[in-house]
Design a protein around this ligand. Structure first.
Ligand code: SF4
Ligand code: SF4
Length: 446
């Protein structure tokens, strides 16, 4: 007979963490004003310092994980603004992942509905992107046949609970073609080939923003890169790592490394801030895996955000035919705070002729998207979205550029709700358009 579960020592992701990471916080409180959840509530528990104290108490066995602890870790946006301002260099990204894994390992947040959603989304749907594409294809069919519009007009949605109605309204438009239909497995450089790069097409990004992936490839080939884009790819695992499923994140990291052998490419390109921030830390994730550790270290060096890469190799100037436009720029948290990529997107925008950048107040303050935060913490997410939209409107720009699918969707939905005539766009799309303005057609990329 197997021993009762209570005798089995529970795995503790926080206790297993190198204690020096937790110890680094000197409780100075300089991070508090940068934290959106603290700014909104003024409650210490909702601040980085308060959260780190809770984590440390659990790691030191002074506190058992509780429901309040689990809820607190999911109230944190994971925006990493605290990391940018912390003078002690606390690695909050690592703490955040471990703390959510701790909350999951404790089982305190478990409920039948939550377990079902997590099993479906994290363990099934996002572990094999063929399944996600099937679902995306079904949604697209419903949208093309007008079934979604019909449902909305029919009034049937009124019988749903308010939260489900809100979620339905946030359903994104699915692209008519996914990346595999838009991008060839190998796209040659235009002109001399200076680099060979791999292109990561993402999971949700591929369904909702495959046009951005196409624009990214187009911009790369115009800048001397041959681009390898396998039609079948894997999720990077950030969704899993940020939601307490570190083992699933490790499985996906190994698949990525197997598919894109890092020694075969000059760079492995990501155009999504949230994914890039996670993709650059596979070495840490696979530190205990002797088979992958070394390749993961090389992988981390090769992963480049698209802005970082283009600015690094030098952007070929587009012809001076682009129409005048005023653009403001919202920084994805994981691009700005996670990857410290702040100047490069602005330099990319500055390379576009006739584009005037209107700086956005609080440009790196979270928009409330934060992965799936806007789905599970709607109240705080909406507060942040309102604040962001107010700032965007204050710039007078009719175009906002941002480089993360979550932020793009959040701002698209926010603009729709507010009835704003606002174009929400990835910076590479604006650069690709500037190249087209010179009379070069998109169809040049097979
Ligand atoms: S996380 Fe950094 S800034 Fe915040 S209290 Fe700790 S040491 Fe200070
Ligand atoms: S990640 Fe963001 S919300 Fe969480 S503690 Fe840091 S600043 Fe606050």
């Amino acid at each position: 007979m197997s021993p009762p579960a209570l005798n089995v020592p529970r795995q503790s992701p926080l206790k297993d963490l190198d204690f020096s990471v937790l110890q680094q916080c000197m409780r100075c409180g300089l991070c508090l004003p940068a934290c959106p959840t603290y700014a909104a509530t003024k409650v210490e528990r909702h601040s980085p310092r308060g959260r780190i104290s809770l984590m440390r108490a659990i790691a030191e066995d002074r506190l058992e994980p509780s429901l309040a602890f689990g809820r607190e870790m999911y109230f944190c946006l994971g925006c990493l603004a605290c990391m940018t301002v912390c003078p002690a260099g606390v690695n909050y990204a690592q703490l955040f992942e471990r703390a959510r894994a701790e909350a999951e390992a404790s089982g305190l947040l478990r409920s039948p509905g939550r377990s079902l959603v997590r099993a479906f989304a994290l363990r099934w749907l996002f572990m094999d992107l063929n399944r996600l594409q099937l679902l995306g294809g079904f949604l697209r069919l419903c949208q093309e046949l007008g079934l979604q519009a019909l449902l909305r007009r029919s009034g049937l949605l009124k019988i749903l609970p308010a939260r489900l109605r809100e979620l339905e309204a946030m359903t994104p438009d699915i692209q008519p073609q996914f990346s595999a239909g838009l991008i060839a497995p190998v796209t040659p450089a235009r002109g001399p080939r200076n680099y060979r790069v791999a292109m990561l097409t993402g999971c949700a990004q591929d369904l909702i923003f495959s046009d951005i992936n196409r624009d990214t490839v187009e911009v790369l080939v115009r800048n001397g890169c041959e681009v390898v884009t396998p039609p079948e790819q894997f999720c990077c695992g950030s969704l899993h790592a940020h939601n307490g499923e570190l083992e699933l994140a490790r499985q996906l990291a190994r698949k990525q490394i197997d598919q894109f052998a890092p020694d075969q490419f000059d760079a492995i390109i990501s155009n999504a801030g949230g994914c890039g921030s996670h993709l650059k830390h596979y070495e840490r994730l696979l530190a205990d895996d002797p088979l992958y550790r070394e390749r993961a270290a090389l992988w981390d060096k090769k992963v480049k955000d698209i802005h970082e890469w283009l600015v690094g190799i030098g952007i070929r100037p587009p012809p001076n035919h682009a129409p005048p436009q005023v653009v403001t720029y919202h920084e994805s948290c994981h691009l700005a705070h996670g990857q410290k990529i702040v100047t490069q997107p602005r330099r990319l925008l500055a390379a576009i002729p006739n584009l005037k950048l209107a700086e956005l107040p609080e440009s790196s303050w979270c928009c409330g998207s934060a992965g799936i935060y806007n789905l599970v913490q709607p109240e705080m997410a909406n507060q942040l979205l309102e604040r962001k939209l107010n700032h965007i409107q204050s710039t007078g720009a009719a175009i906002v550029a941002t480089a993360n699918p979550g932020c793009l969707l959040q701002l698209i939905n926010g603009a729709k709700q507010r009835g704003l005539n606002l174009r929400v766009v990835h910076p590479v799309t604006l650069l690709a358009e500037a190249y087209h303005a010179g009379g070069v057609s998109r169809t040049d990329v097979p």
